[in-house]
Ligand binder design. Structure first.
Ligand code: FNR
Length: 383
């Protein structure tokens, strides 16, 4: 077992332990992957200002998101197919988040259903909704999320149409995944993963199969998921969902200051500055480069969160110091899950918490709430 000291270590172990098609699914961006790469590289262009001779004995990285106390201002982002990175992956990630004291978001495209996750956790989690054309399905899943006690609805706005990821097509990654001979042979080289999958009965999208019209089993799932994302999604449809849900609403995928104003005027409790981890509009600017313009436009009117490219506590600190009220992480915890299951998600969170704490102290700050522009040197080409 290698010594794990950073998120990159978890990523390497994830690549070793999880079948190629699922690792590639997590580790790819759309088309040329320019945005995917820049999400990460742009964080390293922001530099930190060191401060010395400040008493650092009492420090806090705790915060709040949607009025909920959190151990650090980080939530686990919704990730489809999580239960294919590790058996019952959504339950494992939710439990790790709960134990750590940060929110977990369950994807519409999860393997474990809303009810499964609720049955294996003790605190409310958040539910992410993709708007599908079948309104009955949408209304029904909102009701299921409410019944399961979900405390926020995270509505994803940047996937009306799917951005292509070359590796997924080449690997036969679909819903359900294609069991080609190369895929089966590759799976057989991952014994831990295979044992886990043999030991669970959750192998398909639990929120959809048996719940969507015409999707009684796996055979009909693929065409349903390919056709159902609603290309007509607009502010009218968002309003319908807001009214149907009635609770805390997060709008995810805002990457433009006018859209941010619209979302804030609309009454979103939070917005997530996100390009879906570089999986949708290839060529878009990184989230962190867009963040300053969104902060200027709507700071104080709605909570501003950011995701896409966060791989360390230093990245979290930079986002907060640039005005984000919170952050979300996707791949950073998925690497942990693929590498070591629930313990891996806990390890990812602990690594990031320690990095955030130490970096904050070396910047001369005792509390994440005090971070600000004075801690940073930001390149001029950030928006
Ligand atoms: C995602 N993301 C995503 N978002 C969403 O709203 N619903 C979903 O089902 C998924 N599925 C998904 C799968 C995988 C494998 C990844 C990597 C991402 C996007 C996710 O919520 C988040 O925006 C990004 O992961 C953030 O970027 P980083 O942290 O992965 O760089």
């Amino acid at each position: 077992m290698p010594v794990i000291t950073c998120i990159d270590d978890l990523k390497r172990l994830h690549a070793r332990r999880v079948p190629r098609m699922f690792y590639d699914y997590a580790e790819s961006g759309s088309y040329t992957e320019q945005t995917f790469r820049e999400n990460v590289s742009d964080f390293s262009r922001i530099r930190l200002r060191q401060k010395v001779a400040v008493d650092m004995s009492n420090r806090s990285v705790a915060g709040s998101m949607l009025g909920q106390q959190v151990a650090m201002p980080v939530a686990l982002a919704p990730v489809g197919f999580t239960g294919m990175q590790s058996a019952d992956g959504e339950i494992k990630a939710a439990r790790a988040a709960e134990a750590f004291g940060v929110p977990f978001t369950l994807s519409t495209m999860s393997i474990c259903s809303i009810e499964d996750v609720a049955a294996h956790t003790t605190k409310p989690f958040w539910f992410q909704l993709y708007v599908m054309q079948d309104e009955e399905f949408v209304d029904n899943i909102i009701e299921r999320a409410r019944k399961a006690g979900c405390s926020a609805l995270v509505l994803t706005l940047d996937l009306q149409i799917l951005g292509q990821r070359h590796k997924d097509l080449k690997n036969g990654l679909s819903a359900p995944p294609r069991l080609t001979i190369p895929n089966i042979l590759n799976m057989m080289t991952k014994p831990r993963w295979c044992m886990g999958m043999l030991g669970t009965r959750r192998h398909t999208f639990g929120n959809i199969v048996g719940h969507a019209k015409g999707v009684g089993d796996l055979s009909s799932l693929s065409s349903w998921t390919n056709e159902q994302f609603d290309p007509k999604l607009d502010w009218g449809k968002i309003a319908r969902i807001r009214d149907k849900w009635g609770g805390k609403l997060v709008l995810k995928g805002v990457l433009d200051e006018d859209d941010a104003r619209r979302a804030a005027d609309f009454g979103a409790d939070a917005i997530v500055v996100s390009n879906h981890g570089g999986r949708q509009l290839d060529g878009a600017l990184s989230s962190i480069r867009i963040l300053p313009s969104v902060v200027r436009a709507v700071k104080g009117q709605t909570e501003i969160w950011i995701d896409s490219g966060i791989r360390s506590g230093q990245d979290i600190l930079k986002a907060l110091a640039m005005g984000a009220d919170g952050t979300m992480i996707g791949r950073s915890y998925i690497y942990g899950l693929g590498a070591m299951g629930q313990a891996g998600v806990s390890t990812a969170l602990e690594i990031m918490r320690k990095e955030l704490d130490v970096t904050m102290a070396l910047c001369g700050e005792r509390d994440v709430k005090n971070l600000g522009a004075h801690n940073l040197l930001v390149p001029k080409d950030f928006e």
